[in-house]
Design a binder for this molecule. Sequence first.
Ligand SMILES: Cc1cc2nc3c(=O)[nH]c(=O)nc-3n(C[C@H](O)[C@H](O)[C@H](O)COP(=O)(O)O)c2cc1C
Length: 175
Amino acid sequence: MNFHELMNKRRSVRGFTERRLTDDEITKLLEAATAAPNACNYQSWHFYVVRGREKINGFVPKIYRGEWFRSAAVVFVVCTDAGQLEARFGGRGADLFAIQDTACAIDHLMLMAAEMGLGSCFVGAFDEDECRRYLNIPDSRRPVALVPVGEPAADTPKRPRKPINEVVTFAGEEE
Ligand SMILES: Cc1cc2nc3c(=O)[nH]c(=O)nc-3n(C[C@H](O)[C@H](O)[C@H](O)COP(=O)(O)O)c2cc1C
C-alpha cells in the first residue's frame, strides 16, 4: 500500500470487534507515534496505554460519553510532557509546540493503525480533569487526546473535504 492508498484508507472508526491487540501490535503503533516529527527532538509526549474491559469501560461516561468507546481494544491517552520545550521557548513551547508534537504523533499512530487493518479515532472532547484523576497523571503532563484503537466492526464511509480552493490562498506568482 503506498501513502496515497493509506491516507485514503484511514477513517475515524467508532466501533470495534472483540479482537484484542497483541503486545507486538501495540509496540508497532507506539513506534509509529514516536517516529513523528517534533520540536527540537525533545519528544515532548507521553502515552498511557489502557487495556482491559474494566479499565476501558471506566472512561464512559465520566471521561468520554460515547458508548461506542467501550468497544476499543486499547486506548492510548496521549499527553504532552512539555518541560524541556517550556524551558527553552516559554509559553509558546508549552502551549503550542508540545500540542503540535502530540498531534503529529497521533496522526502517525492512526496511519499505522490503518496500515495494520485497524481502526482508530482522535477523541478530543473528553473531560481532562477526570482523565487525569483516573490515570493518576501528574501535573507535568497534560492529557490532550484519547485514541481508541481496534478492529473496525463495520465499514466507515469516507468523509468529504472542502475543495482545495476554499482552504488555500496562494501567494506570489510562479516565475
Ligand atoms: C482535534 C480533533 C478532535 C476530535 N475530537 C473528536 C471527538 O471528541 N469525538 C469524535 O468522535 N471524533 C473526534 N475527532 C474526529 C473527527 O470527527 C474526524 O477526524 C473528522 O470528522 C473527519 O473524519 P475522518 O477522520 O473519518 O476523515 C476529532 C479529530 C480531531 C483532529
